[in-house]
Ligand binder design. Structure first.
Ligand SMILES: [Zn+2]
Length: 324
């Protein structure tokens, strides 16, 4: 009997599901709106519908599927399979794994999306060749996942590697978590957008205002990047500043983990040429020589497939660790 694996990337707006063969190659995929506003049962119904769709398309039976891996925004309890709470999904303490397993009869594993992405990059992306790496996603927020000796290090209750909430400057801007000066409050897409709106409101950037048709509230990190590429000085400085603080964060990661590799992913990395050089230079300034000489910083390789490949890696982790 052939062996298959399922990966499901649960997002606030869409659900992406893929069926993979025993090598992790995607055979079929399905996509559906999450319909988060319609409540918990509807979300689970939509998840199951995508799984049934990929199985049907590939003509594979449920009992041929070894494991289903789910990557979801947290906070969640991976060991218990419970989603604790989420800003974009209307649930609280939902025993997701139990519900999916009883509906489908397929063994299900749950990980937070940044941890799943770290596993994806380790087994299928930029981290294939190394045993120790830290993945950092720079997106709406900043999250991460550490792979130590080929295994995901999740911490005692799945809160390890929250690099976005390491404090870079205690006198810095307020973060969503309540602290001041977290890395996320400086270098996430949300923070870059906020700085950009402040700069535009202070009359420092005509370009950003023009790109947003003079509606300051519409200015975000994407518009800020466009303006920077057009040579707008204020926009360029915002990215430089985000890069400087990211570099401090990276230096801390180098000094804490001493891994062979740091992989950077997430939407903000699309504009990496606006800030990465500054980030690396700052990292080099503060990292200890012994760790610095061993580490390589790489861009993530899985692109828009990272959520799905991460979920597949969650499903396959035990097999990959043994067979590689
Ligand atoms: Zn924070």
């Amino acid at each position: 009997m052939k062996e298959y694996y399922l990966g499901l990337d649960l997002g606030g707006t869409k659900i992406l599901t893929g069926l993979a063969d025993s090598e992790g190659k995607i055979i079929t995929r399905a996509r559906r709106d999450t319909e988060a506003n319609l409540g918990e049962d509807k979300i689970i119904e939509n998840m199951i519908a995508t799984i049934e769709a990929v199985l049907k398309k590939a003509d594979v039976d449920r009992d041929e599927v070894r494991t289903l891996g789910i990557g979801s925004p947290g906070p969640l309890d991976a060991k218990k399979g419970i989603i604790i709470e989420n800003a974009n999904l209307p649930w609280k303490n939902v025993p997701l794994v139990e519900k999916i397993e009883s509906a489908l009869g397929i063994k299900t594993l749950l990980k937070n999306d940044a941890n799943a992405a770290a596993l994806g990059e380790k087994w299928f992306g930029a981290g294939k060749s190394v045993d120790n790496m830290v993945y950092i996603t720079i997106s709406t927020g900043i999250g991460g996942g550490a792979i130590i000796n080929r295994e995901l290090f999740s911490g005692i209750n799945d809160n390890a590697c929250e690099v976005g909430h390491t404090v870079i400057d205690p006198d810095g801007p307020l973060c969503g978590c309540g602290n001041h000066g977290c890395l996320e409050a400086f270098s996430s897409g949300t923070s870059i957008g906020k700085r950009a709106r402040e700069a535009a409101a202070a009359g420092q950037s005509k370009e950003m205002l023009e790109l947003a048709d003079n509606i300051i509230e519409d200015i975000d990190a994407v518009i800020c990047a466009q303006a920077a590429y057009q040579g707008d000085q204020a926009a360029k400085e915002i990215f430089e500043n985000a890069g400087y603080h990211l570099g401090i964060g990276l230096g801390n990661v180098v000094n804490t983990f001493n891994t062979e590799m740091i992989i950077l992913g997430g939407g903000v990395m699309k504009a990496s040429d606006l800030f990465l050089e500054t980030a690396i230079k700052t990292m080099e300034d503060i990292a200890l020589a012994g760790s610095l000489e061993m580490v390589t910083v790489k861009e993530a390789e899985l692109g828009s497939d990272i959520g799905l490949m991460g979920a597949i890696a969650v499903a396959m982790e035990d097999r990959l660790k043994k067979n590689d």
